[in-house]
Ligand binder design. Structure first.
Ligand code: NAP
Ligand code: F7E
Length: 330
């Protein structure tokens, strides 16, 4: 029997990679999208005809119930969220509505429509926040540092609670930062690789960044969506940390990205206080031992490979967008 999966947030970075994986696995994939005056579906345009789209919004309970009723999924992956940390200080209430209460709305819809649906919640290493121990694993205490992190703690604990209260197969992947050429342009990895491509093309000479000392455990999004799928195939519902086990500073990210294009980041990167956060997460490093042992999950793409892949993709994109020869300055 063909299995059906409903993905919220299908137009986002992870949604597009997960949709590809599930289509490859033979699933009927249904993506939930919200109405917009522009399409906003660039990341899934290449999957046109291979998946079904239903309209719905995490703010609207009736639309979630209807999305589940019409698509009859076996698995639901809740990837939709307001996911950019700085925006969560500007729009804390909206972030809470999407990223925290949205989880309640979706789990309530599952309880109402079909409690045998398996549910994946996109939890985040931002829940660890100001860490006292390193590396972080499933037993590390939470100390979130942004309204986004706080909202994710709510969604995480609610998922645990619906598992314990109602016996729903509801699990959380506590994913550390994961990136790709499809990453939003405002996140630091993509901002840097896009910046390198622009500098190389002669469009600008500088890149303004915030805290270069921040450390993150960065992996490749394609590897992380595999972990999400494996978690819903597990015998028992269990939460997992998904991470590479290596951490790097934003400065190292710059070194690798600029060097890959034959540039020295020190000639171009400017530290700008405008990009500092009201409260920072200084250091993250994940321990994915449980996922390795139970799920056989291992990341395939290293930090260097990831950054180089993103620089190459941004340079190729600009080559296509600019008049012939214009993107090859220097
Ligand atoms: P992303 O690229 O920002 O995508 C977010 C998705 O959520 C988009 O499809 C967006 O739709 C959708 N969305 C936002 N608000 C919605 C609403 N009210 N109703 C329905 N859909 C809504 O995020 P991502 O990087 O793929 O991350 C996927 C999930 O994992 C998010 O929950 C994120 O918080 C979490 N996470 C990400 C990372 C990471 O490093 N990437 C790590 C840990 C956890 P539109 O296209 O219409 O805006
Ligand atoms: O920042 C520093 C910044 O915005 C990483 C989301 O997917 O991962 C992501 O959250 C670090 C921070 O990601 C700039 O201060 C320096 O320390 O790429 P980011 P994030 O905040 O870690 C987690 C796991 C999620 O769940 C989130 O959804 O980089 N940094 N200079 C900068 N960051 C940005 N964005 N821009 C800068 O100019």
């Amino acid at each position: 029997m063909t299995r059906t999966a409903l993905i919220t947030g299908i137009t986002g970075q992870d949604g597009s990679y997960l949709a590809e994986l599930l289509i490859e696995q033979g699933y009927h994939v249904v993506g939930m999208t919200r109405r917009s005056s522009t399409s906003g579906q660039e990341r899934i345009a290449h999957l046109d005809g291979q998946l079904e789209l239903v309209q719905g919004d995490l703010l609207d309970q009736a639309s979630l119930v209807e999305a589940l009723r019409s698509s009859k999924p076996h698995e639901v992956y809740n990837l939709a969220a307001q996911s950019f940390v700085p925006t969560s200080w500007n729009q804390p209430v909206l972030t809470g509505e999407f990223t925290a209460l949205g989880v309640t709305r979706l789990l309530e819809a599952i309880r109402q429509v079909d409690p045998t649906i398996r549910f994946y919640q996109a939890s985040s290493s931002e829940m660890f926040g100001q860490v006292q121990v390193s590396p972080q694993d499933e037993s590390t205490p939470f100390h979130p540092r942004s309204p986004y992190g706080v909202a994710k703690v709510y969604g995480h604990l609610l998922t645990v609670n619906y598992r314990e209260s109602y016996g729903i197969f509801a699990v959380s992947g506590i994913c550390f930062n994961h990136e790709s050429p499809r990453r939003g342009l405002e996140f630091v990895t993509r901002k840097v690789t896009d910046g390198v491509a622009r500098i190389k093309a002669g469009l600008t000479d500088e890149l303004r960044l915030g805290n270069l000392a921040a450390q993150r455990d960065w992996g490749f999004a394609g590897d992380y969506v595999r972990a999400m799928w494996l978690m819903l195939q597990n015998d028992e519902p269990r939460d997992y940390v998904i991470a590479t086990g290596h951490t790097h500073t934003v400065r190292e990210l710059c070194e690798v990205a600029f060097a890959h294009a034959g540039l020295d980041y020190r000639d171009h990167v400017i530290e700008d206080a405008k990009y500092l956060r009201p409260a920072e997460v200084d250091h993250l490093l994940g321990d994915a031992s449980r996922a390795r042992a139970d799920l056989g999950w291992n990341p395939q793409v290293s930090f260097q490979e990831l950054v180089q892949m993103m620089v190459d993709a941004d340079r190729a994109r600009l080559e296509r967008a600019l008049p012939a020869g214009a993107a090859s300055v220097g």
